[in-house]
Design a protein around this ligand. Structure first.
Ligand code: SF4
Ligand code: SF4
Length: 413
């Protein structure tokens, strides 16, 4: 089997754009011939925590892929995602909170919330049928863009796990849980992206997907085989692949082969490999989420009464504090009224805000200018080491991210 894989090291938005663009030219033979082809990009929008926390796909990487496709001449490009069930249930648009809708508008592409799509049924374990979004099945070319991160139930979440967001709404996503790893493999048997582009620019270690620690890994993996990419990602994080439940299920199903193992172990990861902290949940959450007890937990979780309780602030916070739930679904939106800029505080020689701006604005010079094209992603504000960029408005849900990640984001940026 001929495997295709590129490992790119990058930091700034310009570097990402140049290096990813160059690499994608090597995959041009896979792209559709017709410029009218439907091209769907599927990033990871697991929660409203932006890419700098290590949880979701970096807008800079998605922007570089869109620019490449537009330069090729493709006219029908969409960004599509069915975000995490809890946000969907709470009526929160993660697509908007992460500024993917504004990124799409900026570059003139479409955005689709797959949680509201028509369904195409696929087979899950025990004869269960689950609905995948029709736009995903109908795409002429699908590009999977996962975030590289740890996951307390699956071990790691990369290419294979990211396709869970192709399921329509909570009612279909919850069907995965009884046989999580096997059902993720089942999705991958039916949904076959032509290309996988893994965002390991800032990854997450520890208690992922939403309570871990961001680490700057500065790497993008590009390839055609999700099993190989997930295997290489496990090696990159220095994880035993057999502990990554999705990879183990793929191996049991004969989809991850000795060829994959041989090829992955032949790749030189010097300079990109680092030991990730494992996703170890607290004793209570581990007890409840153990695969042996999962069916009892799910039997309770899927009742109407429990769902109603989950939507209450008190019970929701209790689940978050005990570690049974990874997010607390803050409903207060951010009201962003622009930035202030204190030139006296700006550090001489620093270029971080410009390095992180997905739409490549001339920062910091225009950061406080009106109608400067800003998409409100907050990356510049979050990485600024000196407080020279000031937020105007009310932070809303972003205050929780600042509480957990402000210090480390500035440290690793
Ligand atoms: S100026 Fe800042 S908030 Fe606006 S798009 Fe650039 S990085 Fe994002
Ligand atoms: S990140 Fe802050 S300190 Fe650095 S150039 Fe931008 S405004 Fe100045």
């Amino acid at each position: 089997m001929a495997f295709r894989l590129d490992i790119i090291k990058a930091y700034s938005v310009s570097e990402i754009e140049t290096k990813v663009g160059e690499a994608l030219k090597r995959y041009a033979d896979l792209l559709p011939g017709a410029m009218s082809a439907k091209i769907v990009i599927k990033p990871n929008m697991n929660s409203n925590m932006n890419a700098l926390t290590g949880n979701t796909t970096d807008l800079r990487l998605v922007a570089s892929v869109i620019k490449f496709l537009k330069n090729c001449g493709y006219r029908d490009i969409s960004i599509a995602e069915g975000t995490n069930s809890g946000f969907y249930r709470s009526g929160i648009s993660v697509i908007s909170r992460l500024s993917f809708d504004r990124l799409a508008k900026y570059y003139g592409v479409k955005v689709i919330d797959l949680n509201y799509s028509k369904k195409v049924e696929i087979d899950f374990e025990d004869g269960v049928k689950a609905g995948v979004a029709k736009e995903i099945i109908d795409a002429d070319f699908l590009i999977n863009m996962p975030k590289l991160k740890t996951h307390f139930e699956a071990g790691m979440s990369v290419c294979l796990k990211n396709l869970m967001g192709c399921l329509v709404g909570q009612e279909n996503k919850k069907k995965t849980h009884l046989h999580l790893a096997k059902n993720i493999v089942n999705i991958n048997k039916r949904v076959k992206p032509g290309l996988h582009i893994v965002d390991g620019l800032i990854s997450m270690e520890g208690l992922g997907p939403t309570r871990g620690t961001p680490v700057r890994t500065g790497v993008v993996l590009i390839g055609t085989d999700p099993y190989l990419l997930d295997l290489v990602s496990a090696r990159l994080a220095d994880f035993d692949y057999k502990k990554v439940r999705t990879l183990k299920a793929a191996e049991d199903a004969g989809l991850l082969t000795k060829d994959h193992l041989r090829f992955a172990s032949s790749i030189d990861l010097n300079g990109v490999k680092r030991k990730f902290k494992e996703p170890v949940a607290n004793a209570f959450a581990s007890f409840i989420h153990s695969p042996k007890r999962q069916k009892y937990f799910l039997a309770v979780r899927n009742t109407k009464v429990f769902n109603h309780l989950c939507n209450t602030r008190f019970f929701g916070n209790l689940l978050f504090k005990t570690g049974l739930r990874q997010d607390n679904f803050i409903k207060t939106e951010m009201e962003f009224k622009g930035f202030s800029f204190d030139r006296a505080k700006c550090v001489k020689g620093c270029t971080k805000c410009a390095d992180y701006c997905p739409v490549k604005l001339k920062l910091p010079d225009v950061v406080a200018a009106k109608d400067n094209g800003c998409i409100g992603c907050q990356y510049c504000f979050l990485v600024c080491p000196s407080g020279a960029i000031g937020f105007k408005g009310s932070l809303g849900f972003l205050s929780e991210q600042l509480r957990q990640y402000e210090r480390i984001t500035k440290e690793i940026a």
